[in-house]
Design a protein around this ligand. Structure first.
Ligand code: ZN
Length: 308
């Protein structure tokens, strides 16, 4: 069995956007100064690598936060340059400019290696976006979360924010994108939720429990009772051949780590769980993945699944 840990490193300002809060500069963003050092320490302690999907515009301002990428065997993937939640609605030329700028900025943070993986902001893709991904040097896309219930819950939350007059910048997206296959498959830019044996794109979807399709991601690890999460995880590990655990850098922070997080905690329950408790749960999960599977970066798995 193959497993990966992929961490979306979204700066704090994007959480203000999701919750429709006024944007303001975050002094010394704790995503880069606190969460990332904690992640590298935890990964080293368990002895597993991870793939870090970075927002190039912000990550490039914090090069020291990524000095551990090379020595730790981690991989940097592209989470786009601007992390615009509407990227999937842009035209192809604008998308190409954004992704090329991201690659240039991120390569130095990936120990000088080319960027070979992409994850779209907000799990939303389009034919134009994936056509660009396909035409650049990427070996895989990992943007799809095949969880219909997640789609429904997010659509409801976005609708609610709209009704309260505080629109979220996050997009509802398209249902079919949340109902695709659970394991790696080749596909096309036009319908990435449908497998196509000779498709040019390799999709590495994020992990869900195979029957209920409950997302097994960082947010569920802190939100669900441990016993429930562990049961869903056991079922997934016994039935899937590939487990791509997705989490966010904010998953190792709590409300006490920064004044901005204290404010966000009113909207995000996960920030009310202590960082120590979340670290304990993540360490246990990473250890379980290491016992059950070959834990490697998504780039390593992509290469083994689709050698060039
Ligand atoms: Zn993101």
């Amino acid at each position: 069995m193959r497993a990966s840990i992929s961490i979306d490193v979204d700066s704090l300002r994007f959480y203000h956007q999701i919750h429709g809060l006024p944007e303001r500069p975050v002094e010394d963003d704790p995503i880069y100064s606190v969460a990332l050092p904690r992640f590298f320490e935890l990964l080293a302690e368990v002895g597993v690598p991870a793939t870090l999907f970075l927002v190039a515009e912000d990550a490039a301002k914090h090069p020291r936060a990524f000095e551990a990428v090379g020595p730790s065997g981690c991989e940097v993937g592209s989470h786009s340059f601007h992390h615009d939640y509407a990227l999937s609605q842009w035209g192809e030329a604008e998308i190409r400019a954004d992704l090329e700028a991201a690659d240039r900025a991120l390569q130095p943070l990936n120990a000088g290696r080319p960027i070979v993986g992409f994850r779209a902001p907000g799990y939303n893709v389009s034919a134009a976006l994936l056509e660009v991904v396909q035409s650049l040097s990427y070996r895989y896309d990992s943007s799809l979360l095949p969880a219909p219930a997640y789609f429904a819950a997010r659509a409801a939350a976005i609708g609610l924010y709209g009704l309260r007059g505080r629109p979220s910048r996050s997009l509802v997206g398209r249902y079919a994108q949340f109902a695709g296959p659970l394991e790696p498959y080749r596909t096309t830019a036009q319908a990435p939720w449908i497998p196509s044996a000779d498709g040019a794109l390799l999709e590495l979807p994020m992990a869900v429990e195979p029957t209920s399709r409950v997302p097994l991601i960082g947010t569920s690890l802190s939100a669900l009772p441990s016993l429930v999460f562990d049961r869903l995880l056991s079922r997934a590990l016994s039935r899937l051949s590939f487990f791509n655990f997705e989490l966010h850098a904010i998953d190792l922070l709590d409300a006490s780590d920064h004044a901005s997080l204290g404010e966000l905690a009113a909207y995000q329950k996960d920030l009310r769980v202590s960082a120590a408790e979340k670290r304990r749960r993540l360490a246990a999960l990473f250890g379980r993945l290491k016992d059950a599977a070959e834990v490697a970066t998504l780039a390593t798995h992509a290469e083994a699944l689709s050698p060039v």
